[in-house]
Design a protein around this ligand. Structure first.
Ligand SMILES: NC(=O)c1ccc[n+]([C@@H]2O[C@H](COP(=O)([O-])OP(=O)(O)OC[C@H]3O[C@@H](n4cnc5c(N)ncnc54)[C@H](OP(=O)(O)O)[C@@H]3O)[C@@H](O)[C@H]2O)c1
Length: 339
C-alpha cells in the first residue's frame, strides 16, 4: 500500500484542525485514493512528537490541550522543533501552519525552502512568505520539482485559488473584488445591526475570541492586504509584494458613518481589490442586498472573468477544521498528481 508520511509544523488552531481532519478522513482517503496518510511528526514552537511508525492524531490534540506541549507525548515527545524536525524524520509532505510573519516571513520561509531542498511537497495556510517572497518561494518549488499548495492562505475554507485556476481555467481573470477578512466583517456587521461604536464592538469581538488581543493585523487591513498580494500573484500573474498594496483599515469608521450609509441603502465593508491597475484594501460603500452584503465572519469574492462573466464565491474565512479542510484538499490534489 502507498503511504504519505506527513509532518505538521505548528500545532495551534490550524495544526490541531489538520490532525482532526486527517483522523476523520484518512480512511476515506485510503479507500478512494489508495494512499495511507501517516503523521510521523508534529511540532509546536519548542517541542515535538516524532514517530516513524505514525502518531495518534487524537492523542496529539489531547496532549497539546492538556499539557500545552508535545514533549509530553508518550515515548515520542522531545524538545526538538523547527528545521531540526525536518532532518530527524523520514517524510513526504510538510503541512505548515506556523504564525504568519510579514516582517521576516519566518519561520515559514526557512521551513518551506528546507523542505523543497529535501525534495518534499509543502501545503501551507501561512500568508507571510507568500506576501513578501512569493516569486522566490514558487521558483524554489519549481527548481526542486516539488508541489507547493496554499489554498487555505486566502479565505480559509472559501474556495478561490484552486477554484479559479482549475474550474475557471478557460477564462482570463480581469479582477477579484471581495471581503477577505472575517474579523473586520464581523465588527462592521455588528456595528451595522446594533448601531454600536467601533471600540465597544471590537472589545466584544475580542471577548468572543473573534478578534485577537492585538487586533492590528485585522483591523488595519494588513491581513487582507497579504491575501490581496497572494491573489494578485497566483491568479492575475502580477509580480507584487505587500508594499505594492494601498491599505486602509476600519479603525476610524464611526457608527455615524455606518448609519448615514444605511439610510441611503448602503453598507460599509472592508473591500480588497485585485486588478492589473489596482491592489487596494479599503472601507467602501456597497449596496445592501448585493453579493457583498454578507454578515459575520464570512468571506466572499467576486471573480470577474472574460468569458464567464462574474462568479461569486463565499465561505468561512477562518476556523480550525474549516481551514484544515482546505489544506487536506490540497493534500488530496497532490496525492492524485503524484501517487
Ligand atoms: N486560524 C485560522 O482560522 C486561520 C485561517 C487561515 C490561515 N491561517 C494561518 O495559519 C497559520 C496558523 O494559524 P493558527 O491560528 O493555527 O495560529 P496559532 O493558533 O497561533 O498556532 C501557531 C502554532 O505555531 C507554533 N509555532 C510558533 N513558532 C513556531 C516555530 N518556530 N516552529 C514550529 N512551530 C511554531 C505555535 O507553537 P506554540 O503552540 O508552542 O505556541 C503554535 O502551535 C497562520 O499563519 C495563520 O495566518 C489561520
Amino acid at each position: 500500500m502507498k503511504e504519505c508520511k506527513i509532518i505538521i509544523m505548528g500545532f495551534g488552531s490550524v495544526g490541531q484542525g489538520i490532525a482532526n481532519a486527517i483522523s476523520l478522513k484518512k480512511e476515506m482517503i485510503n479507500e478512494k485514493y489508495g494512499v495511507q496518510l501517516k503523521v510521523v511528526a508534529v511540532a509546536d514552537s519548542s517541542t515535538s512528537a516524532i514517530c516513524q511508525d505514525g502518531l495518534d492524531e487524537k492523542l496529539l490534540i489531547d496532549i497539546k490541550k492538556s499539557e500545552g506541549k508535545l514533549s509530553a507525548y508518550p515515548d515520542c515527545g522531545n524538545n526538538m522543533s523547527g528545521i531540526d524536525v525536518l532532518d530527524a524524520v523520514e517524510y513526504d509532505l510538510l503541512m505548515e501552519a506556523t504564525p504568519t510573519n510579514i516582517e521576516t516571513a519566518e519561520p515559514a520561509l526557512s521551513l518551506t525552502l528546507k523542505a523543497f531542498e529535501q525534495g518534499k511537497d509543502v501545503v501551507t495556510s501561512n500568508k507571510g512568505h507568500l506576501a513578501i517572497k512569493f516569486s522566490e518561494v514558487i521558483q524554489a518549488a519549481e527548481e526542486n520539482g516539488v508541489e507547493f499548495k496554499y489554498e487555505a492562505s486566502v479565505g480559509g475554507a472559501m474556495p478561490i485559488i484552486n477554484f479559479t485556476r482549475e474550474t475557471l481555467s478557460s477564462c482570463g481573470i480581469k479582477s477579484i473584488i471581495g471581503i477577505l477578512n472575517g474579523t473586520t466583517n464581523y465588527i462592521l456587521s455588528r456595528m451595522t445591526s446594533e448601531g454600536s461604536s467601533y471600540d465597544i464592538t471590537l472589545r466584544e469581538s475580542q471577548e468572543l475570541g473573534i478578534a485577537e488581543t492585538d487586533p492590528t493585523q485585522d483591523v488595519e487591513g494588513i491581513d487582507a492586504a497579504c491575501k490581496t498580494v497572494i491573489l494578485a500573484n497566483s491568479l492575475l500573474g502580477i509580480d507584487a509584494t505587500y508594499d505594492d498594496v494601498t491599505v486602509e483599515g476600519i479603525s476610524s469608521i464611526t457608527s455615524q458613518a455606518i448609519d448615514l450609509a444605511k439610510k441611503d441603502g448602503y453598507l460599509i465593508k472592508l473591500i480588497a481589490e485585485v486588478s492589473q491597475d489596482n491592489l487596494k484594501v479599503s472601507p467602501r460603500l456597497v449596496k445592501k442586498g448585493s453579493s457583498y452584503d454578507v454578515n459575520g465572519t464570512l468571506n466572499m469574492a467576486t471573480i470577474k472573468t472574460d468569458l464567464a462573466g462574474d462568479i461569486t464565491v463565499m465561505g468561512l474565512g477562518a476556523g480550525s477544521l474549516e481551514t484544515a479542510s482546505a489544506m487536506l484538499t490540497d493534500v488530496i490534489s497532490i496525492l492524485k498528481n503524484k501517487y
